[in-house]
Every structure is written in C-alpha cells, then in structure tokens.
Design a protein. Structure first.
Length: 160
C-alpha cells in the first residue's frame, strides 16, 4: 500500500553544500579559498591575476577595487561549485512541484551578485600606466642610485 500522508513519503534528499560553503567563505574570507597546489586554487588564482591585469595591474588598483576583486573571486568559487552540483543533478526542475530546485535559484542570485561586482569594477580593459617620454629619458640617464628599475607613474595631463 502506498503512503498516504506527506510525512510518510520519503523524498530523496539532495545535499548541495552551498550553505556550508557560503558560510565558510563569509567566515574565513580568503582562507576558505583552496590552495594554489590544487587545480581549483590555480584556476581561481589565474582568474584573479587576469582580472587585476584587466584593471591596469596591481599598481593601478585602488584598495576598494582590490576588495571587490577578492569578493569577486570568492563569489566565483561559489558559482563554480554550485554550477558543478546543478550540472550533476538529473534535472534542475522539481517534477512534483513543477518548479526549479532552490539551489538553482540560489545560483541565479550568486550570478547576479558576481555580475554586479564585475560591473562595479568596470567592463572596459585598462592599460597599465606608462612613463612619459621625458620621464623615461630622465630615468634612463640617471639609472637610479640603487640600480633598481624606475617607478611607473601616471601623469594625469598625459592621459588621453
């Protein structure tokens, strides 16, 4: 005889781990990121470096932008993890209720958050600041007292 009440029925429990991962990232911050020795850690580090390069390099990024970059990296970790889980599911649709599983809606919220962070950082690629010709020639002639390379400075009057 089939179960008649809702409590008697057993529904399959699918554990996504999204809440545990999100809480770990919120609590631990960058310490929750996988180390660079793992494939995921290397991929996240490469994505962070590419994002910083698109913003004009580490020297050109402000403290606020650096905080947004770190937030974007952590959000990308969450989105990638949820994507892997959702793609492993047999179907993103709950057939009994005829709606999306909650984890799919959470994924959409994470993607919107990542999109907002990237929009705040800017969608255009920025060039690294370069020395003006006069500054470059002066630095080449002087060579620096300690033999180090000349410092990169961006003059506002030279920008286009």
């Amino acid at each position: 005889m089939p179960p008649t009440s809702r409590q008697e029925r057993r529904r399959p429990y699918l554990k996504s781990g999204i809440y545990a991962l999100r809480n770990a990232v919120l609590t631990l911050g960058s310490r929750a990121l996988p180390p660079k020795s793992t494939a995921l850690g290397r991929a996240l580090h490469e994505w962070r470096e590419a994002l910083l390069a698109d913003l004009g390099g580490v020297e050109a990024v402000s403290t606020q932008q650096a905080a947004l970059v770190d937030l974007a990296v952590r959000t990308k970790l969450l989105v990638d993890s949820v994507d892997a889980y959702v793609l492993a599911m047999p179907s993103p649709v709950n057939r009994q209720r005829r709606c999306l599983h909650p984890v799919v809606r959470e994924r959409q919220a994470l993607v919107a958050q990542l999109q907002s962070i990237l929009r705040d950082l800017g969608l255009e690629r920025r060039q690294k600041p370069v020395l003006g010709l006069d500054e470059y020639l002066r630095a080449k002639e002087g060579g620096g007292a300690d033999g180090s390379a000349p410092e990169m400075r961006h003059n506002a009057s030279e920008s286009r």
